[in-house]
Every structure is written in structure tokens, then in C-alpha cells.
Design a protein around this ligand. Sequence first.
Ligand code: S3P
Length: 454
Amino acid sequence: MTGEGSPSKNITMQVSRPLTVSASPKGLSGRTRVPGDKSISHRSLMFAALASGRTYVTGLLEGEDVLRTADAMRALGATIMRDGTNWVIEGRGVGALSEPVDVLDMGNSGTAARLLSGILSSHAFNSIMTGDASLRSRPMRRVTVPLAANGSEFLTREGGRLPMAIRGTGQAKPIEYRLPVASAQVKSAILLAGLNAHGTTVVEEPVATRDHTENMLRHFGVEVDVSRIDDGGRRIALTGPVQMTARDVTVPGDPSSAAFPIVAALLVPGSDIWIEGVGLNPLRTGLFTTLIEMGASLSIENERVEGGEPVGDLHVRYSKLKGVDVPPERAPSMIDEYPVLAVACAFAEGPSRLRGLEELRVKESDRLASTVALLNVSGAETEVIGDDLIVKGHHAPLGGGTVQTHMDHRLAMSAVVLGLAAQKPVSVDDTAFIETSFPGFVDLMNGLGAGLTP
Ligand code: S3P
């Protein structure tokens, strides 16, 4: 067993990695698998650290974001090691983490920072959390305000930004909260605080967001009650303090990562690819629904359940796409996929309207602005009306420009996809941040024939 996988050994993001992407020399072809789901990977490490006993995780995403979570949970007292392709976690038990001796650095990861804030708020010690320049610019009040209702305290920088100090409480009161924004991160932070609170924690969400926290808490033995509420939303409740018992976890392929080779195959003429073992949780598959509405040849084969999550193999072939109108209520099920969807829309026939994108403004970059800039620099026309993005279809945007990625992994991968099908090469200022969620992205794309030359 080794202690590999620590970001301190693996961080590569400090050195920027520009890349110029020319049109793919041939259609993409072959079978591949994408790395493990990021949301599920973070949760598996956090929940295993809170459980009693030893958990084995298979298929963990070994991206920088998740390695930050591993380091943070180690700093809080869990033992986390890599053993061949498995990760092994010795948990400490709910409420039994210990005070970290140093600042917790969550790197680029909003999910790690927000979910961990919930856990820390109901532990009786103080901690300090920071992140990279992108994470330090992202709003934390969305979690600190509701979490403080349990008796914990948060001291942030101006505007509710990191770094922040957390004074957790060992006497946490249960929180009842209705989400003002559709955010699985906020929902999860409150539920995780509730694990060590005395009484019933209730979160109401007006629109269903990804439910990996609810599913995995149940997997670790926690009773989680989910019911529909009158306005069509959901009410999630759990009663603490709970006991969590170690259970092995199998992480499916990340549909949000699969999005990039999928859209590339749809746009590069002659492509025909398979992506195996992709997670198909219905609260994550809005992109697939949307692409099919656009006329994509995208089919799901061999559907099965692995590790409690539905998975399948995706077969994707080059397709002539048409514009699409995406309703705002679909946004939570594809929130991370809009940049690459916008690229697909730029190649479609006719305009597309992607509605209700306000949450994109607070991602790793302001993704509404950076997606617009990505398309505009490549000659595709866009318009933003309120929170809607309109993309005028073009068939093959010109390319030729340099895309600024603003420390945003998904922007960088979307720019690569655009370059593979544009008329002129597309330069990407920095692809280093791709490591946060999709280690091996360039090699995987080259394995399908993309001909990227780093
Ligand atoms: C995530 C939830 C989403 C998503 C993020 C991962 C999660 O964020 O954008 O990449 O794992 O809960 P919000 O919940 O803030 O929309």
C-alpha cells in the first residue's frame, strides 16, 4: 500500500500549458472510458472519513480537485491511501475528526470547499480554509449563512470569499433551509452539517439537483427521507447524530467529462466512438437529452447499475446538429456542460437559446462571460439576454483566435473541442487546469485520433 496521490506531489497547475488545436486529421474512432465522477469521488472520500471502519473506493477520479479532498481529510485525521487501483480509507466516525494543524487548501474545487464547510461546522474545533485564485474569488456566503444557523461561526474575506476561518460547534443545532439557488453543493453542505447535529435537518430544493449525497449517505447507512413538495421540488431530511458504517464504493465514469469526447465526435466529420461505463444518474444527463433534441446520433447501450448508480455505454457518431431551445429547469442536470454545449450550438444549423444560466456566473470562472468570449474569438455570434445565452449556428466557426480559460478546466476542454472542428487552429492560453477533473484528457483524445500536439 502506498501513500501516493497527494497534491503536494502531483500539482502541475502552477506551470501554464498553452496548446494550439488544429482540425482533427480524421474522424474520431475507437472505444474509451473517461475518469471517475468528480462529485461522487469527493463524497466517497469525505463520507468514508466519517464512517467507522475501512472503505475501499474503486474508480476514484485522481484529478487535482479530488486529491485536495484526500489531503484535507487526512489533515482531519482519516487515513487515506492508494493501493493499486483502489483507494483505502480508514474512517474516524461522525463528529470524530480532529483539528487540522495547518490551513486546508482546497485548490480549485468549489465542491470540496463547500461540502467540507458543512462537515467542519459541526465539529468542535477551529479551522482555516483557502484555495487558488479562482476559488478565492467564488462566493461562500451561500453556505456560510445557512450553516451559521447551527451555532458555528465563519469569518470570511470581504464579499464572503476565502480564505475563511471556521469555528465549528460540537453542539450543532439542526438546520431547516430552503435553497435560494439550485445548488447541490449548498444542499450537501447543510445535510453534512446535520450528520452531527441533534435533531432533524431539513433542506428544501425548488428544483431537484444532483442527489449523490443522498444516495451515498444511504449507502453508508444513514436514513435520508426524500419527499416531493407542492411546488414540484423536493424535501430532504435526516436526523442526527448518525452513525456511518464503512461501505465500498464504485465510482462510475463522469458524464460531465464524457461530454467533451462526445461533442468532439458529433462535430468532427466521420467520427464513430464508444465511451464505456458512463454514469447516467437522471439528475446529470440533461446534456444527453439536449444533444438528442439537436439531432445527435447518441445512443445508450448496455444500461446497468454499478455501485448503486445507473451506468451505460455511449455510442456517438458525427451528426449534423440543429439549434435547440433549452428550458431553465434543465440547468441543474447539465450545469457543468453549458460551455461545451455552446460549442456544439455554434456548429448547429439555426440559433440556439440556453435559458436560465445565472449560476454559470459563479463557477470556476464567470462561465457565461468566458463561454461568450470563447465563441466570439472563434467567429461565432452570440447574444446574452438576461440570463439566457443565444448562439447563432454557423456550421463551422472560423477559429483562429486565442481563448482565455481563466483557470477553468471546462473552458479549456471546450476550447479544445472547438479547435478540433473549426476552420483555423484555436490557441488555448492554458490547459493545465484540465488536470483538476480530467487527467489524461489530451492522451484520451489522441487515442481517439484527435492529433493534438502538446
Ligand atoms: C457539484 C455541484 C454543482 C457542479 C459542481 C459539482 C457537486 O455545483 O457545478 O461541478 O458535486 O455537488 P452547484 O451545486 O453549486 O451548482
